[in-house]
Design a protein around this ligand. Structure first.
Ligand SMILES: Cc1ncc(COP(=O)(O)O)c(C=O)c1O
Ligand SMILES: [Zn+2]
Length: 411
């Protein structure tokens, strides 16, 4: 039987490498690489019916994920998160089919668990002693937790603007973490140098190609949860672009296998204060102009020089996708609306897709009957400091009922 995993292929020059090797960048031209899978093989060994009988986590789609030996899988039951239909926001905004994919309910509270489960499983497959990651926070938390479970080393480098709650979680899981006096891109360069020096896996978004392979499962799940009918719009926020690349690839694979009949339109959202992909998309450029000093409340997507752009750009062009920016004020409004209308406490980056929905609706790009899926990529409790800045500090009262009643009548 042929292997379902073909190679690691350069996204620029097409050079192919043995997937048993730990390759982050093309050895010929230095571009990022992507796993190539054999869809004839995958189609011959798995079916929708077979998948429907499996456990409810992302590994129900294991044939699609390039792990050769399934005994290496490191899992905490990530994935198969709820896809819920909006109960109040949809009607408030005039949308009949608005859905939220609650990836904030993953084991460490963000969609990064999908990438981390895949990355740490691959680290075991490659017999690597550990991972050196760089992260705006969530990916570092996920790496730390899965490395703890697998009992391998974990080092995380994060920009100093990463949320304190996320940094504390990384430490809680027993990982080493360093705050870099610089940006996400500075952290990525340092992590690469450290990983090369100590021989661990360099783990950051799209530069560790297994990560987007884990993220593909978001697309499979959304389709399966909608009865194998893709939504009209799939909307998520983008930092480095890994998760969006994974989603595009996942939908495309289902189309290749004839499991769905069309691609959804994929809409990626960035914050205005850090929107290099939006600029590149609008000017039809293959290259991003790096943003030196990202400025946004959504620290999770403050990535000034996203390495994923060339690949994401290609995928978006194939599915009539878009990248658009929203302001911090629009993010804050969406952040509050999600909590106050739906009971969904998202972190700011995870509320940005709703802000984009509003914008696309106002400009009539989205139709009121469209089936729209917003990915809630991270839980609000991961950035309580930002919440306190938005809602203000709580009021203290004396131990006296009149004072309480006075407060209630005034607020
Ligand atoms: C909550 C949240 N949403 C979105 C993103 C963007 O993901 P990506 O870097 O894969 O584009 C991140 C990345 O850290 C994140 O933590
Ligand atoms: Zn190349």
């Amino acid at each position: 039987m042929r292997s379902r995993i073909v190679s690691l292929k350069c996204v620029k020059c097409g050079c192919e490498f043995d997937f048993h090797q730990n390759v982050n960048f093309c050895l010929e031209c230095g571009s990022i690489v992507e796993f190539q899978m054999d869809y004839d093989v995958i189609g011959s060994i798995v079916s929708k019916a077979k998948i429907s009988l499996r456990g409810f986590n992302m590994w129900r789609y294991r044939e699609f994920i390039p792990i050769e030996d399934y005994s290496n899988i490191v899992s905490m039951g990530e994935g198969w998160t709820q896809l819920i239909k909006s109960r109040r926001l949809g009607s408030t905004l005039g949308l009949r089919n608005l859905y939220f994919k609650l990836d904030s309910l993953n084991p460490t509270g963000s969609f990064k668990d999908r990438g981390a489960s895949a990355a740490v499983s691959r680290a075991l497959e490659l017999k690597a002693p550990g991972l050196v990651g760089f992260s705006t926070g969530n990916a570092g938390v996920a790496q730390a937790a899965y490395c703890a479970l697998a009992n391998i080393g974990s080092i995380v480098l994060a920009p100093k603007y990463a949320s304190r709650e996320k940094i504390a979680s990384i430490m809680m899981y027993g990982s080493r973490v360093l705050l870099v006096d610089g940006t996400f891109d500075d952290a990525s360069r340092l992590a690469k140098a450290v990983a090369d020096k100590i021989g661990w896996i360099y783990n950051g978004g799209v530069v560790n190609p297994i990560r987007q392979e884990g993220k593909k499962t978001l697309a499979y799940e959304v389709c399966e949860q909608l009865g194998w009918v893709p939504p009209d719009w799939y909307i998520q926020s983008v930092g480095m672009g890994t998760a969006a690349i994974g989603a595009c690839k996942g939908f495309k694979e289902l189309l290749i296998l004839d499991w769905i009949e069309r691609m959804p339109r994929i809409a990626c959202v960035q914050a205005e204060g850090c929107a290099p992909m939006v600029k590149a998309f609008k000017s039809k450029s293959e290259f991003v102009e790096p943003v030196e000093e990202p400025k946004t409340i959504a620290s999770a997507i403050a990535v000034g020089n996203p390495a994923g752009w060339p690949l994401l750009n290609r995928y978006l062009r194939e599915c009539d996708g878009i990248v658009e920016a929203v302001s911090d004020d629009e993010i804050i409004e969406a952040y509050k609306m999600l909590a106050r209308f739906e009971g969904i406490y998202a972190e700011p980056a995870a509320a940005a897709p709703l802000a984009l929905v509003k914008k696309l609706l106002e400009s009539s790009i989205i139709d009121e009957d469209d089936v729209i899926v917003c990915v809630i990529s991270g839980f609000g409790l991961k950035d309580v400091s930002t919440t306190l800045r938005v809602v203000g500090e709580p009021t203290t009262v004396s131990n006296n009922v009149d004072d309480v009643l006075k407060f209630i009548s005034q607020s």
